[in-house]
Ligand binder design. Structure first.
Ligand code: ADP
Length: 450
């Protein structure tokens, strides 16, 4: 087993990985930017190395600095977490060239899934259902118009290199398509340096259902059930749960098998997530595969009892999966709320600053993955997610009750957060009844007049 792992990330996921390493008797190296000198991950790791100034491109995205830090500290593996370099195939390849194990898939596997229009093509070749649309990339607006005419409006224009909900625009007619195509491709060029676009039918009011995959280096690939991530604001997840109120055992088995087939079609290794849209009429379509650990992985951990970070490390170290598909049992219900430093009544504007009072809820089956402490200053530089509240109980109704109690107890002062917004959300009748889709939050926000 690895003796020392460098964690190429920050925030709650870096802390989460440090904890898993500690339980496995693996020493940890944190990297941090100048603004993260006092961050929790910097303090909790066995060693910490400053790798540059605050802007991510000069620190958490600086491959040379990170590899140098691993070499200097003698770390034999790197865990990339999520975001930053976690889906950067070049980083995975450079690690391999420097004899450092990248805890995740190979660069080649990432390339196959990272380019979303190419991933669509691969899925089509493997008979995995995809949303009707272009076969691969669309070169110009004329092609886009022709495809939209064939599949019918509304359509969604998406960036091949997209992520985090950016580079995506809906068009309900040809005029909208022309302007949306331009806007989406400009946004993609700015955000990802790549304006390759593709077109899909816009599925109205779908649920976002994703399957957690684990695959070892010996061809064993299993799924750990689904997560329902339909609570989204601007295509970004806000709350996630497992299992989904919209999936029964039969559908879970069918979709799970297809998710495993999708992963196997590219010989995928390590942890990954196959994402689907489930339409109102019950059809489901592959939308993308994320080749890394997800923010929402704890809900799967709670209902399966499997520690996904430890599994990632064991797989990267060459261990065989110790479970078969038949060993996986989903029991009870887990829900996660993302706690962000933002102000919902001011258009969800980020709210960096110093936390001057903090009470974190606790109790049986209440888990908080966070990177905050009283006196900590949330920098303006990075993502606004500062904590995740996860609860587990025997069924959905009990889990919601527990979440209600726990979130009511969560107090963060000194900065604005979305805690009250999450409280309203989980007390909404439709959420309680499990009756929601990806359009829910938008109308919820309008009703709250935020
Ligand atoms: P990203 O990689 O940016 O997260 P995804 O392809 O995973 O992008 O899509 C994010 C979200 O956007 C989905 O969960 C869904 O809410 C919405 N979305 C994406 N494609 C479609 C589509 N064809 N129809 C309707 N909604 C879509």
């Amino acid at each position: 087993m690895f003796k020392k792992i460098l964690i190429a990330n920050r925030g709650e996921i870096a802390v989460r990985i440090i904890r898993a390493c500690r339980e496995m008797n693996i020493a940890t190296v944190a990297i941090y930017s100048e603004v993260d000198k006092d961050a929790l991950h910097t303090q909790l790791a066995d060693e910490a190395i400053c790798i540059g100034p605050a802007p991510a491109k000069d620190s958490y995205l600086d491959i040379k600095a990170i590899i140098s830090a691993a070499i200097v500290t003698g770390a034999s593996a790197i865990h990339p977490g999520f975001g930053f370099l976690s889906e950067n195939s070049k980083f995975s390849k450079v690690c391999e060239e420097c004899n450092i194990t990248f805890i995740g898939p190979t660069g080649e596997m990432m390339d196959k899934m990272g380019n979303k229009s190419q991933a669509r093509e691969t899925m089509i070749m493997n008979n995995i259902p995809v949303v009707p649309g272009s076969e691969g990339a669309v070169n110009n607006t004329d092609e886009a118009l022709q495809i939209a005419d064939n599949i019918g409006y509304p359509v969604i224009i998406k960036a091949s290199a997209g992520g985090g909900g950016r580079g995506m625009r809906i068009a309900r007619n040809s005029e909208e398509l022309l302007s949306s195509f331009k806007m989406a491709s400009t946004e993609a060029k700015n955000a990802f340096g790549d304006d390759t676009m593709y077109v899909e039918k816009y599925v109205e009011n779908p649920r976002h259902i994703e399957f957690q995959i684990l695959a070892d280096n010996y061809g064993n690939t299993i799924h750990l059930g689904e997560r329902d991530c339909s609570m989204q604001r601007r295509h970004q997840k806000v709350l996630e749960e497992s299992p989904s109120a919209a999936i029964d055992n039969d559908l879970r088995e069918i979709m799970g098998k297809i998710a495993v087939k999708a992963a196997k079609s590219i010989n995928y290794k390590n942890a990954g997530t196959v994402e689907f849209l489930l339409s109102e009429s019950g059809e489901f379509y592959f939308i993308e595969m994320n080749t890394r650990i997800q923010v929402e992985h704890p809900v799967t951990e709670m209902v399966t009892g499997i520690d996904l970070i430890k599994e990632q490390i064991k797989i990267a170290d060459g261990e065989k999966l110790s479970y078969t598909q038949d060993d996986i049992e989903i029991s009870g219900h887990a829900i996660e709320c993302r706690i962000n430093a933002e102000n919902p009544s001011k258009g969800f504007r980020p709210s960096p600053g110093t936390i001057n009072f903090l009470h974190i809820p606790s109790g049986k089956d209440i888990r908080v993955d966070s990177s905050i402490y009283c006196g900590y200053t949330v920098p303006p530089t990075y993502d606004s997610m500062i904590a995740k509240l996860i609860v587990y109980d025997k069924d959905r109704e009990s889990a919601i009750k527990k979440l209600n109690s726990a979130i009511g107890e969560f107090i963060i002062k000194g900065i604005d957060t979305n805690i009250d917004f999450q409280y309203e959300l989980i007390n909404n009748k439709d959420f309680i009844e499990g009756n929601y889709n990806t359009s829910f939050i938008q109308s919820f926000v309008e009703k709250l007049e935020l």
